[in-house]
Design a protein around this ligand. Structure first.
Ligand code: FPP
Length: 225
């Protein structure tokens, strides 16, 4: 049976979920944020050590300003209002991605939740925000050079934002598209990939459980035989 140490999810399909109901796209994002609760609690209760969620990519700035503002505001609300979720379920909060363009209000809320949950030792919930894999790898290479390292696979891996969470074992994308969208490219070199047509707001822990059961039964070879 495979061990699921690091689960990563591309939460896609919020806009279509809203459109299917003749709602504005932002309603889909709002419903999508609720699904994060169910999934985080499932992972915490099932001894999954690391859960990385793609919440805002380096490419998402290309969306209309109103949607970008809504997403960043939703993120701020999530971080401020979900303290109980983290504390009651022994979840530690982390982020990956370049936080520098965010407002001080958002940066402070992020720092505060990281601080308040730093002694939790159950699930690591890692939000990928202003995250792009190419950006992360580029920053890691520069950081390794600044710190006097020769560029090797190990020195790059050591300087990635996600260095302490290990490679991705299972990567799920909801919403029916089959691509990685600049998400954890280095860390997913040998990840098992699962694509489901379910739109993120309709995704739930029951479907997650089914995907994990399938993952556990796969023979992972990592390039060997
Ligand atoms: C992709 O759906 C989703 C996003 C770009 C944002 C993901 C955000 C959430 C799930 C909600 C916020 C999460 C937290 C943790 C606060 P899309 O808009 O590309 O959907 P579409 O492909 O149907 O248009």
């Amino acid at each position: 049976m495979n061990i699921l140490n690091h689960l990563a999810i591309i939460m896609d399909g919020n806009g279509r979920w809203a459109k299917n109901r003749s709602l504005v796209r932002t309603n889909g994002h709002k419903k999508g944020a609720d699904v994060v609760n169910d999934i985080a609690i499932y992972c915490a209760k099932n001894n999954i050590k690391n859960l990385t969620l793609y919440a805002f990519s380096t490419e998402n700035w290309k969306r209309p300003k109103s949607e970008v503002d809504f997403l960043l505001n939703l993120l701020l609300k999530f971080i401020k209002l979900k303290e109980e979720l983290f504390l009651q379920n022994n979840i530690r909060f982390h982020t990956i991605g370049d936080l520098s363009p965010f407002s001080n209000k958002l940066k402070d809320a992020i720092a505060n939740l990281k601080n308040k949950t730093q002694n939790n030792n159950g699930l690591n919930l890692i939000l990928a925000i202003n995250y792009g894999s190419q950006n992360e790898i580029t920053r890691a290479v520069n950081l390794a050079l600044e710190n006097g390292y020769k560029i090797t696979e190990q020195s790059i891996a050591k300087h990635l934002d996600s260095a302490s969470f290990g490679d991705v074992d299972l990567l799920i994308r909801t919403g029916g598209e089959q691509r990685l969208s600049n998400f954890l490219l280095w860390q997913s070199s040998y990840a098992e990939l699962a694509f489901t047509p379910t739109l993120w707001p309709d995704f739930n822990s029951k479907e997650l459980e089914e995907i994990i059961a399938k993952f556990k039964s796969i023979h992972r070879k990592f390039g060997a035989i």
